[in-house]
Design a protein around this ligand. Sequence first.
Ligand code: XIL
Length: 360
Amino acid sequence: MSAVVRHAVSLLLIVAAVACGSDSQQTTAPDTGQQPIQPATDTTSLRTLASGKGRLIGSAVDRGFRYSGSDGVTFKTMLAHEFSVLTPENDMKHERIHPGRDVYRFEPADSLVTFAEANGMKVRGHTLIWHQQLATWLTSGTWTADQARALLVDHVTNVVSHYRGHVLEWDVVNEALGDNGALRPGFWFDHIGRDYVELAFRTARAADPSVGLFYNDYNIEGINAKSDSLYALVRDFQARGVPIDGIGLESHFQLGGIPSTLGSNIARFAALGLKVHITELDIRMPLPSTTAQLQTQAQNYRDVVSTCLGFPACDVVVMWGFTDKESWITNAFPGWGAALVFDAAYQPKPAYTSLHDLLK
Ligand code: XIL
């Protein structure tokens, strides 16, 4: 039996125990804190360690292909063992969940939610209103502003209502701002104007009075024109009673590219009473990766999560996947990769060890 399979089998026993309702923490070896960390044999999970610090740690999952094939068992077993949050990577996006004007297709995302609940994981709902991955029936249609508003309300109401009680928080609006801080063009902005953001948040709140409502974006991790603009938007919302509970810092970083103002930025949003969650963390490098790069990556992961740990508001950290075998970076940034904490053979990388160490 290979080391990977052996690791997967031992984890599978733990997952089976979780599914049977026992406590995963009781199934792992006692942690004396005296030994150097050896993740291949120390199966104390990231989620168990994070939970000791009052945090949730998660991964995005794209059910479409990541669950299929012979890797499925290893993938699911490690997912449930290591993580306490699951974000559907694509299955809740408009084009997948709302493929026809009167057609909602909830089954793929439902199966992720079922998996999460069976394994004691929370779900981040991702995402309700975005300018990308919109169904063609929507983008190819001709709509008045009133019709577009009604379509937004219909979509948000139906999806949020369907998952009421099953989702920790929603990325209500995703990536609405450009790097200059202005609202970017796109279907919703072009048809409705700037009020679409507020309409989405008010509609989500009406559909679920208790779910967390988040604004999620990239390049808002540090202090800059874009995060300044979001800060002003949040203050305006709060002044006018528009509901918002948190912001999601996507955190798709390049190696060595962690903003020095990450901590001060988290601090200013937290001071507004918001949660500040790390929602899509990955740290990519030019391929092929070198040992030195993997060490820098480990330090970068550690810096991000340790900065987050400095703030009670930053109590959720989600990575955009967990194995380099399955990552959006391959397609989105050709020539780059190795962005996650397990390698393509599901072996823990230095970045995993550094997080394990930090959370211990
Ligand atoms: C990405 C997915 O990972 C890809 O599989 C898909 O093809 C495109 O979208 N910001 C977001 C995520 O908010 O929804 C994006 O996910 C990555 C960038």
